[in-house]
Design a binder for this molecule. Structure first.
Ligand code: URP
Ligand code: ZN
Ligand code: ZN
Length: 460
């Protein structure tokens, strides 16, 4: 048998297996797994003492999003997917955002065009901000049938949020056409009230942002959407669960049979509300919504991941530059917390953080790490077994990983377009060395291999 690539002697880890093997790749697909493969290949790699993992599947990323007012996220498909590759991720799902008042189909076409620069494979969530009759009755069924099998809605953020009546309408359409609805769940009225109150009291700094978005407001919104999902029998996925109260609501719904799944993100496992208490606007570097909570919440999230209540860890890569009038400073140098764009970069650090904080510190097993960062996201979003595992017939999306190497996070090695990383200098154990997408090497020895393009759209 002929191969284009053989990776020899690696410890191959999937969500439910762990064995030493040679991996043979032909035409972008894994075609052989054996204790010793005969013959040779144009590209051969010795993986002794290293892990070979399925490439990461990051199912919540904001890439080349159309500007919102004065705010522009900095990563396009080239830089975001280059950064993803540096961190061992080989598939992303990002958003095709409906601008209120416009057609979603024309937005999707525009995102397809932009995504031609992607170095890794990709799909889109349909982000609905204006569910008109035409969108619900004509566009949505067509777009779902074309393979866009997930929808994103917001319960907060003016300009993006849907009313409860609109939420129900989208859920009903998703049920009818078999799509998964991803939800940013926070109680908008509560946030609005608390924000006004804090600003009236002169509390404007980033450190007050977590007080405007309390854990109980997140839990309340989850309870509401879970009830809607239960009554309408719709599959719902809760984005960026921040802590114990929110996760407890999800578990309660799951226990009564609601088709509810959930993700968390590394930022909720590392930062606390106290990290926003920095001089000037520095706290904006760790400002994302829902906000980070407490150390007790970190440990609760790990427990909910081990129990399977939270089955996905995504990055929620939302890269606003810090020292930039279109980034965190879009509201000016002295902006109050409500005028600072939310979100942090994290597409390159997602897997390293989960490995270091999770596997190296004994909180999760290696198999659980692969399940959370690759297999379960691929399954949930209709990409498995093509993506999310190492098996005969799967795409050869592979990462060579050194589980022992300890290195600090250095922003310049993350290959994004940002001007900071919220994790700068944090020492992490576990480093991705080489990343292949469908057998094509796209990152090795700290450098991108090749240029933009090469990624393909994944209809689901
Ligand atoms: O703060 C966040 N998470 N920003 C990105 C947009 C979103 O809500 O997912
Ligand atoms: Zn969100
Ligand atoms: Zn997001």
């Amino acid at each position: 048998m002929e191969f284009d690539l053989i990776i020899r002697n690696g410890r191959v880890v999937t969500a439910d297996n762990d064995f030493t093997a040679d991996i043979g790749v032909r035409d972008g697909t894994v075609t052989a797994l054996a204790s010793s493969l005969p013959g040779s290949a144009p590209e051969e790699v010795d993986a002794k003492d290293l892990l070979v993992l399925p490439g990461g599947v990051d199912t919540h990323t904001h890439i080349d999003q159309s500007p919102e007012g004065n705010v522009r996220l900095c990563d396009d498909f080239d830089s975001a997917t280059r950064s993803a590759a540096a961190g061992g991720t080989t598939t992303v799902i990002c958003f095709a955002y409906q601008q209120p008042g416009t057609s979603l189909s024309s937005e999707v076409a525009a995102y397809h065009e932009r995504a031609k620069a992607a170095r890794i494979d990709y799909a889109f969530h349909l982000a609905i901000t204006d569910p008109t009759d035409d969108l619900i009755e004509r566009e949505l069924p067509e777009l779902i049938a074309a393979g866009h099998r997930s929808i994103k809605i917001f319960m907060t953020y003016s300009g993006s949020r849907l009313s409860d009546v609109q939420v129900l309408r989208v859920l009903a359409a998703a049920r009818e056409h078999d799509a998964l609805v991803c939800v940013h769940a926070e109680d908008d009225a509560l946030i609005d009230h608390l924000t006004r109150q804090l600003l009236t009291e002169g509390k404007r700094a980033p450190k007050y942002f977590p007080l405007s978005k309390p854990a109980l407001g997140e839990a309340e919104a989850i309870r509401r959407i879970a009830t809607y999902a239960e009554v309408l029998e719709t599959r719902v996925h809760i984005f960026h669960v921040s802590g114990a109260e929110a996760a407890a609501e999800i578990e309660r719904a799951q226990q009564r049979g609601v088709a509810l799944t959930a993700e968390t993100c590394p930022q909720y496992l590392v930062f606390t509300a106290a990290d926003l208490d920095r001089p000037g606007l520095e706290g904006a570097k760790v400002m994302f919504g829902p906000p980070p909570r407490s150390h007790a919440d970190h440990e609760a999230l790990w427990r909910y991941m081990r129990r399977g209540v939270i089955s996905v860890v995504s990055s929620d890569h939302a890269p606003a530059r810090f020292d930039d009038p279109h980034g965190k400073k879009a509201g000016g140098e002295d902006a109050s917390f409500d005028r600072i764009p939310n979100g942090v970069p994290g597409i390159a650090t997602r897997m390293r953080l989960l490995f270091s904080e999770g596997v190296s510190k004994g909180r999760i097993t290696l198999n659980e790490f692969v399940a959370l960062t690759s297999t379960q996201p691929a399954r949930l979003f209709g990409l498995h077994p093509r993506k999310g595992t190492i098996a005969i017939g799967s795409d050869a999306d592979l990462v060579l990983w050194d589980p022992k190497r300890e290195e600090p996070v250095v922003h310049s090695t993350l290959w994004d377009s940002n001007d900071y990383s919220p994790y700068e200098s944090m020492r992490l154990v576990g480093v991705p060395l080489t990343t292949w997408v469908r057998g094509r090497k796209i990152f090795t020895d700290g450098q991108p291999a090749g240029g933009p393009g090469g990624g393909i759209y994944l209809p689901r």
